[in-house]
Write a protein that binds this ligand. Structure first.
Ligand code: AMP
Ligand code: ZN
Length: 114
């Protein structure tokens, strides 16, 4: 997707602080962190949101799940814990229409969220 911000980050047209990368996914620091550790994990192929996950692309979601413990170890939150968030659509307040998972850690996350 030509004008998609996260496609452009995945293609390295826009720089990011890469935390972890493989052939299928990219993890990078959020530009506006909401916790001391705030990493975004994206598939390198364009998927708009969780609503677009189906049997043709669910492998990408699996790759993201597999990367979570690796990223947790790398960022020092494996033992202390963390929260994974994927905002979807208007009520989810999704602001970038390319599937991404927030990895939030190194602070106590209140539940339920406000
Ligand atoms: P969401 O609101 O769930 O769609 O999350 C989008 C996230 O992308 C926000 O937390 C933003 O701070 C983050 N973001 C936007 N632009 C960039 C960028 N260029 N590099 C890193 N993170 C970004
Ligand atoms: Zn995209």
């Amino acid at each position: 997707m030509k004008n998609c911000l996260f496609c452009r980050i995945a293609n390295k047209e826009i720089p990011s602080e890469v935390v972890y990368e493989n052939d299928d996914i990219l993890a990078f620091n959020d530009i506006n962190p909401q916790s001391p550790v705030h990493v975004l994990i994206i598939p390198k192929t364009h998927i708009s949101s969780l609503n677009q996950i189906d049997h043709t692309n669910s492998e990408a979601a699996l790759k993201i799940l597999e990367a979570i413990p690796l990223i947790a170890k790398k960022t020092g939150i494996f033992e202390s814990g963390y929260r994974i968030v994927s905002n979807c659509g208007v009520d989810g307040m999704q602001s970038v229409d390319h599937l991404h998972f927030h990895v939030l850690g190194k602070r106590l996350m209140k539940w339920p969220p406000g």
